[in-house]
Design a protein around this ligand. Structure first.
Ligand SMILES: [Zn+2]
Length: 326
């Protein structure tokens, strides 16, 4: 028996008996339902469903050939890595070294399996609002940011989502993020954690958290570009619908929202200076808002000369009338 939820297949087969398999499936289902109570989680499920021609299966860690029986590990394994990797990008291993023969991915997307066992992680409890700050502090002190079962599952589902879309690129990154895919998985999981009042995780190598890791500290500006702004910019371009949905999540830590904000500011500045360049002469209604160099005096138009000649003629005629009257 397997359980199907939001297009995902939960399959506890290989856990000894039927009862164990059923218990496993129920535990995973509870976690998925919990994830779906959040806005970030709903955006992730919607993105998974947009590409539902590929199957995502969730199976116990113990059934993966590379994860030992007592290992506390989770991973997402694409069925066909060539299809899971980004189109025309070199296929790389986790450490950034290229595959034999320097092959490129096709970006067609692949079925994938998430190997994950909830019992290896702390179970997310329902915390009273008044206790949320204390629990967040405790998680930081114990260095357990992003380590609860639902957060680990969310992280793996992000990997799975990138694999079914055929967007995986394992380019190396700094600051312990290891590669672009881990950066994206940690970024989105951190927004989920923040939405559920838990601290964001600092990097992929450990489970520390940074108390002041708000989106403004994480992504202060777009220029000069950093690996953070470039990778978020890439994600926003590749998965526009999901990025817009997650960017609207009112979590304390939300660098996607910050990215859109900075982009909007720089776009307004660009527009403003481009418009200022077209204003050649004189004051207009908004000229006090523009930078000073925007008000460059330009040549007077033919229309201005015609109007000026007409006014001069009228003036002369009036003067003549006044003279004659005297
Ligand atoms: Zn990962």
């Amino acid at each position: 028996m397997t359980i199907k939820y939001m297009g995902l297949i939960i399959d506890g087969k290989g856990l000894g008996g039927n009862l164990q398999a059923q218990a496993y499936e129920k535990q995973v289902l509870t976690l998925l339902k919990r994830i779906r109570t959040t806005l970030t989680g709903r955006a992730l499920f919607r993105e998974l469903r947009r590409y539902r021609k590929h199957i995502v299966r969730i199976r116990p860690s113990e059934t993966d050939k590379d994860i030992g029986p007592n290992q506390n590990e989770a991973r997402s394994r694409a069925k066909d890595w060539k299809r899971a990797m980004a189109r025309n990008q070199p296929m790389l291993y986790n450490d950034g070294s290229p595959w034999a023969g320097n092959v490129s991915g096709t970006g067609r997307g692949s079925d994938t399996t998430v190997f994950f066992t909830p019992s290896g992680y702390g179970y997310p409890l329902t915390v009273l609002k008044s206790d949320q700050a204390i629990i967040a502090k405790l998680l930081c002190e114990l260095q357990l940011a992003g380590a609860q079962a639902d957060e680990v599952l969310f992280h793996e589902l992000v990997h799975a989502m990138r694999q079914i879309r055929g967007l995986v690129f394992l380019g190396l990154l700094r600051d312990g993020f290891q590669n672009e895919e881990e950066f994206i998985a940690i970024l989105l999981t951190n927004i989920y954690s923040s939405e559920t009042h838990r601290p964001p995780r600092s990097n992929h190598l450990d489970l520390r958290c940074e108390a002041d890791d708000t989106d403004a500290v994480f992504l202060p500006e777009l220029n000069p570009p950093t690996y953070r702004s470039l990778t978020i910019g890439k994600l926003v371009l590749q998965q526009q619908e999901m990025a817009l949905e997650i960017g609207a999540v009112p979590a304390d830590f939300n660098p996607i929202r910050q990215y859109y904000k900075l982009e909007r500011i720089s776009r307004v500045n660009q527009k403003r200076s481009a418009w200022a360049g077209t204003q050649v002469r004189g004051r207009n209604r908004n000229s006090h808002l523009l930078p000073r160099w925007g008000k460059v005096p330009g040549p007077l138009s033919a229309n201005w000369h015609r109007r000026h000649r007409h006014r001069a003629a009228v003036h002369r005629r009036c003067q003549g009338l006044i003279k004659n009257r005297r």
